[in-house]
Design a protein around this ligand. Structure first.
Ligand SMILES: [Zn+2]
Length: 95
């Protein structure tokens, strides 16, 4: 009985650690300048292809760069994996 409690504690600690890692990553993202996007963006004024930092080389128009989709997918994948692993361990312990 106490062994199961220990295991639960360990799982919770692991998930907590994963969440903290994610938090650090998100904070890092907000502090940084927007990174180069995977998809190409075009100027809304003159339709010229924008540079990596979202600035038009012709008219200087700046585009807001959202958080890139790859990073979001990565975070979702980590959270999902952590949850699945945790539940699987609990499932086998209860069984
Ligand atoms: Zn332009």
């Amino acid at each position: 009985m106490s062994k199961r409690k220990e295991e639960e504690k360990r799982i919770l600690a692991e998930m907590d650690e994963a969440m903290r890692e994610l938090g650090g990553e998100i904070q890092e993202q907000t502090d940084e300048q927007p990174s180069a996007p995977s998809q190409k963006l075009y100027c809304r004024r003159c339709k010229t292809e924008l540079t990596a930092n979202g600035v038009c080389p012709v008219c200087g128009y700046r585009v807001y760069m959202p958080m890139d989709e790859q990073k979001r997918k990565k975070i979702r994948f980590i959270v999902a994996t952590a949850c699945i692993v945790g539940f699987l361990i609990l499932f086998f312990l209860i069984k």
